[in-house]
Design a protein around this ligand. Structure first.
Ligand SMILES: CC(C)(COP(=O)(O)OP(=O)(O)OC[C@H]1O[C@@H](n2cnc3c(N)ncnc32)[C@H](O)[C@@H]1OP(=O)(O)O)[C@@H](O)C(=O)NCCC(=O)NCCS
Length: 229
């Protein structure tokens, strides 16, 4: 099944006119109206709500040629938006996605991770040059990967990298509420602010969080120490 989907995707990538026709069947014509056409919603999307137990108020804008994986015991709360038009959306087992979150693929969320309310994972950028309406400009992907048991505080925006490299939030990292994450966050760390910076790291020796200072550590010159010996 996966191979068939991959073949269809490759075929559509090589035949942009056919792809345009398929997309016109799926989506309404006007570019700012992206709800799937009713009949396709019934056939392709509604079964996903039933199969996975996802709230009907969750908006699944899913195209068939990109992947949408939903792990065991994962949960999408009310009014979540999921869009895989630009890339796969992979939600691993026991992931909790809070009310009003927005997931724009390509996005991968590792198992046990938790997104509080209104978190936005934005795996794509559209052009911003003032030469045409922004939604007519080409889009580029900016993949986002969350490791295992990543916790993201409410209202946070994770914005994929503009150079198209993958932005990674390492295993067990915690992101403060209302942060804006624009770069990788290492595993076992707490990052906060806009742009998010690491403020705590997990100390495995003492099993506690330790403060990370952003002030430069003063280096002591050996010449200063020598007379004391
Ligand atoms: C990030 C967070 C997990 C850290 O909690 P904590 O381990 O108790 O850490 P602290 O409160 O000691 O904060 C560490 C530092 O980050 C700062 N900080 C914490 N959260 C912050 C935030 N959201 N924005 C900016 N700075 C923040 C603190 O002021 C502190 O600064 P300092 O080093 O100068 O003292 C927590 O502050 C947070 O934001 N939680 C999310 C809450 C949430 O979304 N709840 C909904 C649950 S469904």
């Amino acid at each position: 099944m996966y191979k068939l989907k991959k073949d269809i995707k490759n075929y559509l990538d090589l035949h942009p006119n056919v792809k345009r026709r398929v997309l016109s069947l799926l989506f309404k014509r006007k570019p700012y109206q992206t709800r799937l056409k009713g009949i396709f919603w019934l056939i392709t999307i509604l079964p996903k709500h039933i199969r996975y137990g996802i709230y009907l108020s969750t908006r699944l804008d899913l195209v068939p040629f990109n992947k949408f994986r939903f792990g065991k015991y994962a949960k999408l709360e009310k009014n979540v938006v999921v869009n895989n038009g630009m890339g796969d959306v992979i939600i691993e087992d026991e992931v909790q996605v809070g009310i009003g979150c927005v997931l724009i693929g390509p996005v991968k969320i590792g198992k046990y991770s938790g997104l509080s309310q209104y978190v936005r994972l934005l795996g794509m950028h559209h052009g911003i040059d003032p030469i045409a309406p922004h939604h007519h400009l080409p889009c580029s992907t900016a993949p986002i990967v969350l490791g295992e048991d990543v916790f993201i505080g409410t209202g946070t925006v994770v914005m994929g990298k503009k150079n198209g490299e993958t932005l990674t939030l390492g295993d067990y990292c915690r992101i403060g509420a209302n942060s804006v994450v624009m770069d990788d966050i290492p595993p076992y760390s707490i990052a906060v602010g806009n742009p998010a910076k690491v403020v705590r790291k997990w100390d495995f020796t003492h099993n506690k969080w330790v403060k990370v200072s952003d002030k430069p550590v003063m280096e002591i010159s050996p010449d200063l120490v020598a007379p004391l010996k």
